[in-house]
Write a protein that binds this ligand. Structure first.
Ligand SMILES: Cc1ncc(COP(=O)(O)O)c(C=O)c1O
Length: 398
């Protein structure tokens, strides 16, 4: 692979290479501009950092363990560590970002929160921090996702959030995002939109990546303690919009010694017409406020995506990932529904850990490529599989 090393972080204009920016309707400009002007300033305040890290420690349960998976390592003849984001409060990495953004919203004087969700993990994480802070919460969710992630819908309601179905398009994450943007346009003054991934107009991709970067900050420290070195040879994560991946890669982005592997959902096969493999199928385009790689028809209409996993069922990726792909910095691998389900069952029975179906895609990489025996491979275990039990049960006829 021809790796062109430079910086893979955002530039001051909000771009990763040719991707990113803020392509927004005029009505949203004041909201996005207010955030852009304030996010770095607010995040740099010592009182913000103190509150953020105190909540990550005492409420979320960080640092999450870096676990050496002995049986998995033996099976695949390499050294595999799992970064246990599934052990975060609420069961996935999403809460790292929602803690950061609720503190940001409070400092910007907002008293109403909206969010979109696919798998429901971001919706639950948002409803959780809203309950924690006593702030009103509205979550938009595609009608299909409401059905396939029912346990998370119940959790959001229990936490006091209003869940609003999105009934247009494929009735999944993209459509929920459209509804949330519409709400924000109508409620520009009192509302903050907590976007759940490294997508959307600048500064969202950078802000969310910074909140999630605690993942790779901890990996470095923990790997140093366990192996006497900070850098793994490979870091693997699944990519929906790309927030768990951005967090797992963040402190390795500009270090050529660390190979970055991004895993996308191929659904029923990359060329089956039912897929969400953006890097393989996408072309440059604009979705939800940023220029990125996007699955689209020849005349620029967004193609409806498909994946068995609600969290990867999205026709784009965040601009950081579009740049990692285009520049050749990261290796992209597409995994089908069947491969992901099989690897999820495998991890459950080898290590006693039932992963979210999104995360199962990342583990299927071990059946696609080999690693050297003495290499260290870190997999970001982005979430736990409780929300997916019904899908696993139906699939395997358990
Ligand atoms: C457990 C888990 N992993 C991964 C994802 C994909 O999102 P992202 O690519 O932003 O990490 C989701 C989305 O809901 C999720 O719940």
């Amino acid at each position: 692979m021809n790796k062109v090393m430079g910086t893979y972080h955002v530039n001051e204009k909000g771009y990763y290479g040719e991707f990113g920016g803020a392509y927004i309707p005029e009505m949203l400009y004041p909201n996005v501009e207010e955030l852009r002007q304030n996010y770095l300033k607010v995040m740099a305040e010592p009182s913000f950092q103190e509150e953020f890290h105190q909540l990550l420690r005492d409420y979320v349960g960080r640092p999450t363990p870096l676990y050496y998976a002995e049986r998995l390592s033996k099976k695949y003849h390499t050294k595999i560590y799992l970064k246990r984001e599934d052990l975060c409060h609420t069961g996935a990495h999403k809460v790292n970002n929602t803690i950061g953004q609720i503190l940001m919203a409070k400092r910007l004087g907002k008293n109403r929160i909206i969010a979109e969700t696919g798998a429901g993990q971001h919706g639950v994480a948002t409803a959780t921090v809203c309950a924690l802070m006593g702030i009103q919460c509205v979550v938009y969710m595609g009608e299909i996702d409401i059905k396939r992630q029912a346990p998370n819908v119940a959790r959001m309601k229990m936490l006091g959030a209003e869940v609003v179905p999105a009934t247009s398009g494929s009735k999944t994450l993209k459509d929920a995002t459209n509804e949330a943007i519409r709400d924000w346009i109508n409620n520009p003054v009192d509302t903050h939109y907590i976007i759940g991934s490294v997508v959307g107009p600048h500064p969202y991709p950078d802000m969310v990546a910074r909140f999630q970067s605690v993942i790779s900050e901890e990996i470095k420290k923990q790997l140093h303690e366990k192996e006497g070195r900070e850098n793994p040879d490979h870091v693997i994560a699944c990519v929906g919009g790309g927030s768990n991946a951005a967090g797992a890669y963040y402190h390795f982005l500009d270090n050529a010694d660390v190979n970055i592997i991004a895993v996308e959902a191929a659904g029923k096969g990359v060329h089956s017409g039912e897929s969400a493999a953006t890097s393989a199928l996408g072309k440059d385009g604009i979705i939800h406020g940023s220029r990125t790689l996007l699955m689209q028809t020849n005349d620029g209409q967004i193609t409806e995506p498909y994946s068995i996993s609600a969290g990867l069922d999205y026709p784009g990726v965040g601009p950081m990932h579009a740049h990692l792909y285009k520049s050749g910095r990261a290796e992209f691998i597409s995994i089908t529904d069947d491969e992901a389900m099989t690897s999820g069952l495998g991890l459950s029975q080898l290590e006693g850990i039932i992963p979210a179906i999104e995360t199962s895609h990342a583990f299927a990489v071990f059946d696609h490529r080999t690693f050297k025996e003495d290499e260290i491979v870190v997999v970001n275990l982005s979430g736990r599989g409780d929300k997916d039990l019904n899908t696993y049960i139906d699939y395997f006829k358990l």
